[in-house]
Design a protein around this ligand. Structure first.
Ligand code: NDP
Length: 449
């Protein structure tokens, strides 16, 4: 690691000492610190006000026991987390992840990234994230409900519509948000539906929220291609994942004239040269919560492969939409050798640092997660606005606001990349645009002493 700025060098050393062994968190911090260097060197107030060392330290990090009773009457114990990372520009905002891999490092990396992403949306939301190492796979509906109730029994005292507003992420969709909200309402004895987003439509959810991250990803990809004089029309697209983000990314890609040929889940991947049948995927994944192995029952000519392999398929556009570090240096080399034109991240930090560098160095159009997948949290913020006004916007209103927000994020990130002399490097542009706004708010608000 070599920074030109001794200040950033010192901050990163301290982050490594304080968070030893937290590889995902250190990876996320390293990427941001490297790319904001020109902004830090240009503005001495950043160091004077200790902005970077404050930004890498969460304002609050909650860790708690979640005990619940399974269907056999056996008590189970999981660990719950909520990181309240930065509230300089608004209440903490960020999803909850339920997955066995969840630990402090993953929650902190997600919370850290969320601060910059939320800033980029232009909406008044700070950064947070949470979750648990609970594994929803194979659990009954009642087990999911009891887990969510126990999780909220601790979390409710730390959140609120003006304090911290959780939402969904891996393993958390409308069903889980419903159980979490029900318990919050019981405990607080008030109908404050602005406390959670991603709710069902009957109790304050927003139209387009389930589609928002995937649709937003495609609006962003389209903006990148258009700037380069191209479009999605006729393009071959590979997508990883088969969850919320992947499904609606595929839907919008098809609407915009592209052909989607792959999807994956945690056990394998499918290739359908005629174009993925999205109704089949929705039935398998959303309705029956089953495995992609079943896709062959719908499309006998499609291929199913165990393990990982989506990035070896020849394509024009690649959209990683499953999880962190799912696209490594070798995958990036394979995509580039196969002539990929654009890569946009639907998942959070799906590309390793080495893969990201290869895309940037080879001038592939590259949309980093903070910018490209911000559509979900943007519509969550629109859900908060509708809740506080006690009204509901139409599908067209929300979709058109989402579209404008994504195009603005692209334009602002692009403009920031030009300003620092790295035109088109959206990793730098997005990090700097997100960072500058938070830094300015933090300086304005001072420190307690
Ligand atoms: P879902 O739980 O709906 O889907 C996740 C998908 O990724 C599933 O197909 C799952 O497979 C697969 N997956 C998860 N973990 C792994 C793993 N360790 N290895 C391989 N495959 C895995 O989650 P979302 O679609 O909501 O989230 C996907 C990504 O998008 C995450 O990185 C999330 O942080 C990010 N994101 C989500 C937003 C949202 O609004 N939901 C907003 C912005 C970013 P299986 O079906 O087998 O479980």
């Amino acid at each position: 690691m070599s920074f030109q700025s001794p200040y950033l060098e010192k901050v990163y050393e301290k982050v490594q000492q304080r968070n030893a062994g937290e590889s995902e968190f250190l990876q996320a911090v390293k990427e941001v610190l490297e790319s904001i260097e020109p902004a830090v060197l240009a503005n001495p107030a950043i160091e004077k006000n200790g902005i970077v060392e404050r930004m890498v330290e969460p304002e609050r990090f909650l860790v708690f026991r979640v005990s619940w009773v399974d269907d056999n009457g056996q008590v189970q114990v999981n660990r719950g987390f909520r990181v309240q990372f930065n509230s300089a520009i608004g209440p903490y905002k960020g999803g909850l992840r339920l997955h066995p891999s969840v630990n402090a490092s993953i929650i902190k990396f997600l919370g850290f990234e969320q601060c910059f992403k939320n800033s980029l949306t232009g909406l008044p939301i700070g950064g947070g994230k949470g979750g648990s190492d609970f594994d929803p796979k194979g659990k009954s509906d009642m087990e999911i409900m009891r887990f969510c109730q126990s999780f909220m029994t601790e979390l409710y005292r730390h959140i609120g519509p003006n304090v911290d507003v959780p939402a969904g992420d891996i393993g958390v969709g409308a069903r889980e948000i419903g159980y979490l909200f029900g318990q919050y309402k019981r405990l607080s004895n008030s109908f404050e539906n602005g406390v959670l987003t991603g709710k069902g439509l009957t109790y304050g959810g927003s139209l387009i929220r389930p589609q928002a991250t995937g649709y937003g990803l495609l609006y962003f990809t389209d903006a990148m291609l258009q700037k380069a004089g191209d479009s999605l029309q006729g393009k071959t697209v590979v997508i990883s994942g088969a969850g919320n983000v992947a499904i609606y990314a595929a839907e919008k890609a098809m609407e915009l004239g592209a052909k989607v040929v792959t999807m994956s889940d945690s056990t394998g991947w499918i290739y359908d040269g005629e174009g993925i049948d999205l109704n089949a995927i929705k039935e398998i994944k959303e309705v029956r919560r089953a495995r992609l192995t079943e896709y062959k029952n719908y499309r006998p000519n499609a291929e199913y492969h165990e393990g990982k392999g989506v990035w070896s398929v020849k394509c024009d556009v690649a959209l990683p939409c499953a999880t962190q570090n799912e696209l490594n240096e070798d995958d990036a080399k394979a995509l580039i050798a196969n002539g990929v034109k654009a890569v946009a991240e639907g998942a959070n930090m799906p590309s390793t640092l080495e893969a990201t560098k290869l895309f940037v160095d080879n001038k592939i159009l590259f949309g980093p997660a903070k910018a490209a997948n911000a559509g979900g949290v943007a519509v969550s913020a629109l859900e908060m606005s509708q809740n506080s006004m006690r009204l509901a916007w139409t599908r067209e209103e929300v979709d058109s606001k989402l579209h404008d927000i994504m195009v603005n994020i692209f334009n602002n990130s692009y403009a920031a990349s030009v300003q620092v002399g790295h035109e088109g490097n959206l990793v730098m542009g997005a990090n700097i645009a997100g960072f500058n706004k938070i830094a300015e708010a933090m300086i304005a608000q001072g420190v307690a002493y």
